[in-house]
Design a protein around this ligand. Sequence first.
Ligand code: ATP
Ligand code: MG
Length: 414
Amino acid sequence: IQTLEQEAWQVVDKLEAAGYEAYLVGGCVRDQQLQRPIYDYDITTSALPDEVIALFPHTVPTGIKHGTVKVIMEQGEYEVTTFRIDGEYIDGRRPASVHFVRSLVEDLARRDFTINAMAMSRHGRLHDPFDGLRDLEQRIICAVGDPVKRFEEDALRILRGIRFAAQLGFTLEERTHAAIVYEAQELGKIARERVREEWHKMLLTAPDVALDLLRQTETLRYVITRPPTFDLAVYDPWGYGIDPWQLAGTWAARAPVDLALRYAIVLRAIQLEEARIDKVMSDLKLSGALKSEIRRTLRVVQLGPPTEWRDRSWRQYFYQHGRDAVRRACLLYAILHDEGRLEAWEAEVEQRAAAQPLWSLQDLVVTGSDLIEAGLPEGPEIGRANQWLAQWVLDHPECNTREALLQKLSERIE
Ligand code: ATP
Ligand code: MG
C-alpha cells in the first residue's frame, strides 16, 4: 500500500508527464520541514482546471472558480489548484476575481505567510522565493509582502497568523505583529464561519498561547463578542489574582483535545452568564449539536462538585444529561479544582457508567404493551407509568428486571 505522500507524488508525476508543472505546496511542505504529521497534501500546477479534470478519472470540481479540483485517488484526496493570482479585493473578504497565471512564483506570492509559501518539486527541490525556510528555522510567522496590504486583502489571515504562531510555538514577526494590531477591526468583515474555524483550531491546539496573543493584539473581541475584561483589583472572580482569560487558556490547554470540553472550560473560567453564553455561541454559528453538548456540560457543572455526588445523583445525572456531559463536567472539575487528576476522574466516570442501570426510557425492560397487559389503560397513563418506573429503577438499580418492575407496577395500581 502506498502512503499518502507517495500517492501525492503520483499525482504530481502524472501532471508532469502530461507536460505541466506541478508541485506540492503550502502546509504539507511546511509540516514536512518541521517533521510534523501531515494530513493533507495540496498540489499547485500550471494545468488549468479542465486539463486536470481531463487527466484523472475521478475528480470533483470543488472550487472551479478558484482553480481548485479535488483529485480522488485510492488512498486519499488531493486538492489540485491552478497557479493563480487574486484580483482586486473589493471588500476585504474575497477576491472579486482570480486570474490563472503560468508561473509558480506568482502563485506563491499570493499566499499568506512565508512558511506557507514554499513548494517542493519532484526529487525534493525546494522552491522558496520568500525565505520561508529561514523563517521556519527562526520560528517566526511573517507575511509575504506588505503585511498591512495582505491583511486588508483578507483579514482572516490575521487569525491564521495567530493560530499558526500558537500551534507551532512561533513568534509573530515585528511588522506582521504591528499590522495585525493595526488591521484588527477588519476582522469585523469576515464571515463568522471562517472566524469560527480558526478559533476552533486554536482551541484544539494551543488555547493558552492563542488567548494570550488574541488579547495582546486586541483581536479577541472579534472572536468572542463583547468579551469581559477583568480588573483584578476590583473584580477577581477566582481570587487567584490571575486574569481569568489566562486561567481559561491554561485550563483549556490541560484538557483532552475535545472541543465541547474546552469550550465549557473557557466559558466557565470567564464566568459568562447563561444568556451571554448563548449569544456567543449563536454569534459564532456553532452547530446545534455542539451548542447542546456545551450547555449540557455546563449544566452538570452547576450541579456542584462531583466529589459530593451520592450514588443516586450519579445515576440521575447520567440519565438526565447523558454520559458525555457528565464525563466532561468531571474532567472540568479535575482541571479547575482537583489538581488535574484527569485519569482518576476518567476511571471514576467509567466505573460509574458501567454500573448505570438506565440511560433513557428505552432501556426499561418493560414495554408499553407489557403495561397494558398488566392492566393500565392505553394513553398518557402509559407514559407516566414509564417515567415513574424509570425513576424507581434509578433509585433501585438492582431491581431492573421484568419481574420486579411488573410487581412494582401492580402494587402501584392497587
Ligand atoms: P493547516 O491545514 O495545517 O491548517 P495549511 O497551511 O495547509 O495549514 P490551508 O488552509 O489548508 O492551511 O491552506 C493551504 C495553503 O493555502 C496555505 O498553506 C497557504 O499557502 C494558502 N492559503 C490558505 N488560506 C489562505 C489565505 N487566507 N490567504 C492566503 N493564502 C492562503
Ligand atoms: Mg491544509
